[in-house]
Design a protein around this ligand. Structure first.
Ligand code: NDP
Length: 609
């Protein structure tokens, strides 16, 4: 049997707690939350619930249907669509039409305008193309409004507004074999065509609601955080929600969104009840204004260097220098990379017992630290106890705030701990949790987005490929792509976003690298006068085999977790799950490999006609 050496124990430091007891507590907390209905516990924002996804920001639009052809149509005007348009422009491709459901560009930053909204990845890393389009974030973690302004500026500078179809939902894409183009239909009767289509629909786009009895009976006001109703709350993204001063408000959920919203609502509302199913693990934020002198002295190329450094440190690939120095670069090591990080530290590979020991111990220490923070920040011991998370750091999306925990010291703010059960039902007057009814004027759903359902269901449109095959059907048992971008049977169609590419802490890194790749292939096709491009069946087969399935240790990690959208609510074998596909190499290597593929110029794996 393998032993854990003294040098490895020394690296981890003193463990003055019972690790086995902690593991038992984690298992207990997972078990009380696992539900047989898994992802089906949620209500889709469709039919009688579709108003939860309506656009509260745009004026109603009446316009004639549009017809016309462009070289490229991009579905989605968020960061993915914008960076793709930017790299296409740099390649000399400007005949681009973006079709976007929202009333403006911005994607997630268009829809999410809730009070307290900030990017929780460092904005110098996150905000795309800062050197290319100018401007500099005013804080380390920018407000949502600043990010939205930056994204609109990119759209303006690229003249994307001219041909864009805003407030327009794509309903279907159909490949026309004879004409070798895509026919695109929309909810406004448009009939537009393009030689190439890029799907940049985003990941967390479709709001979801808890499937609780009586949700329609509530007579008070309700909305989802991604469609904030300032007409009701008063105030704005950056000013107090004055209308809530005489209101009893409930918030359902304690994810990354609620962690930002709760302090804003709590500082104003007459009463605030936060209905908690699983406590958030909230680390320090330490936001601060940008040092203008530092920003002014950055050398050209600084942003790309910083992005790569961030992912290298957060991914445990290097131990320094750490340019970003925040919660992400600290906890990035608490993943699969922990053992390789430790091996580098002690100068030899770890045996399997050591690898398991280091991985568990560092995670336990981190979570103990966060639980101790709660005792230090929250005055009432019972409230502090209720707010403590009992799961490993990566079971849930990490949260950061220097205001969330302190908000529970306010006399008007209460945590309603449902001990893992969630709210039971809604009545005409409010919410029932733990057998008690809480009377409310307003209930805000901070309940997140659909993940782990089929791609086309979340995108909201059908895609009919070369042989009349529908993409949802083709992907019924999970995504099948080449390089996470190209799809066999769907010529001249590219996808960017989460799926079968390497995921990144800052999604703009992934989206930008995919955009470069798409722009290169698309431009090559135009230059060579090619009619179609699509991956060969063999290339897809090989690629899919390389990204699936999860390793035994990865699967075990997720199975041990409290459920969340990371695990499709405990359904770790779900082929549509967020982490159902993981390339065998990390993001830096993955995107360097794509760059090398481009440099070779042979478009290996693609069939050209
Ligand atoms: P999440 O899916 O993370 O959280 C949903 C919350 O709703 C959870 O706390 C969940 O509890 C709770 N919930 C669901 N059903 C019930 C129920 N029946 N009763 C009580 N509670 C319930 O959504 P978020 O919107 O918070 O975050 C989604 C993602 O958006 C983040 O993970 C992050 O990736 C992104 N985001 C990014 C930000 C940024 O700055 N970059 C900021 C905010 C969000 P449970 O945990 O038990 O499931």
């Amino acid at each position: 049997m393998e032993e854990v050496s003294a040098e490895v124990r020394q690296l981890v430091g003193q463990l003055d707690f019972d690790q086995a007891e902690l593991a038992r507590r984690y298992a207990y907390e997972r078990d009380v939350r696992l539900r047989p209905d898994r992802n089906n516990q949620y209500i889709e924002t469709e039919k009688e619930f579709s108003h939860y996804a309506d656009d509260p920001y745009a004026e109603p639009l009446v316009r004639a249907a549009v017809e016309g052809h462009t070289d490229v149509i991009v579905v989605g005007g968020g960061i993915g669509g914008l960076v793709t348009a930017s790299y296409l422009h740099d390649a000399g491709v400007d005949d681009v039409r973006i079709i976007e459901k929202g009333g403006d560009f911005g994607g997630t930053w268009y829809w999410n305008r809730y009070p307290g909204l900030r990017c929780d990845v460092e904005s110098y890393v996150y905000m795309p193309l800062l050197e290319r389009f100018g401007g500099f974030p005013t804080e380390k973690y920018s407000r949502g409004s600043e990010i939205l302004d930056h994204l609109r500026k990119i759209a303006r500078k690229l003249n994307l507004y001219d041909k864009a179809l805003l407030q327009t939902q794509v309903m279907g894409l159909k490949w026309d074999k004879d004409a070798a183009l895509w026919r695109v239909e929309t909810d406004r009767g448009d009939k537009v065509t393009a030689k190439f289509v890029i799907m940049a629909n985003g990941l967390l786009v479709k709001p979801k609601l808890p499937g609780i009895p009586g949700i329609e009976d509530f007579k008070g006001h309700t909305f989802h955080t991604s469609r904030w109703d300032y007409d009701y709350t008063g105030g704005s993204q950056n000013s107090a929600l004055v209308n809530l001063a005489d209101k009893r408000v409930g918030i359902v959920g304690t994810g990354a969104t609620a962690v930002q919203v709760v302090p804003e609502v709590g500082s104003v509302a007459k009463e605030l009840y936060v209905f908690q199913r699983t406590p958030a693990a909230v680390d320090y934020r330490y936001n601060r204004p940008t040092d203008v002198a530092w920003a002014g002295n950055l050398a050209p190329g600084w942003q790309d260097d910083r992005v790569v450094n961030f992912h290298a440190v957060a991914g445990g690939l290097i131990d320094g220098p750490d340019l970003v120095k925040d919660g992400w670069t600290e906890i990035g090591k608490l993943q699969d990379s922990t053992a390789s990080w430790a091996a580098k530290k002690i100068g030899r590979p770890l045996n399997s017992a050591e690898a398991e020991f280091v991985t568990n111990a560092l995670d336990d220490l981190k979570m103990n630290h966060l639980r101790a923070r709660i005792d230090a920040e929250v005055k009432d011991p019972a409230t502090a106890e209720a707010l403590k998370p009992w799961h490993r750091r990566w079971c849930k999306r990490p949260s950061f705030s220097d205001e969330y925990l302190q908000t529970f010291n306010r006399p008007n703010v209460s945590i309603v701990d449902t001990a893992g059960k969630g709210i039971e039902r809604m009545t005409a007057n409010g919410v029932v949790a733990g057998g008690k009814e809480y009377e409310l004027d307003c209930l805000i759903f901070a309940t997140g987005y659909e993940v782990g359902t089929e791609y086309t269901r979340r995108a909201g449109y059908d895609v009919i490929g070369r042989d009349g095959v529908e993409l949802g059907q083709y992907w019924h048992n999970g995504m099948r792509t080449y390089q996470g971008i190209f799809i066999h049977g769907f010529p001249n169609l590219f996808m960017c976003g989460w799926g079968q590419s390497a995921g990144t802490f800052s999604v703009t890194f992934m989206l930008s690298e995919q955009a470069k790749h798409i722009a290169f292939v698309l431009k090559t096709c135009l230059d060579r006068g090619l009619r179609t491009v699509e991956p060969s069946a063999e290339a897809v087969e090989d690629y899919v085999l390389s990204v699936r399935p999860l390793s035994i240790s990865q699967r075990k990690f997720w199975q041990d977790c409290t459920p969340s959208y990371f695990t499709t609510e405990g359904d770790t074998a779900n082929p549509h799950g967020m982490f159902a596909n993981i390339p065998p190499v990390g993001p830096i290597q993955f995107y360097q490999d794509l760059e090398a593929w481009r440099a070779r110029g042979d478009l290996k794996g693609l069939e050209l006609a």
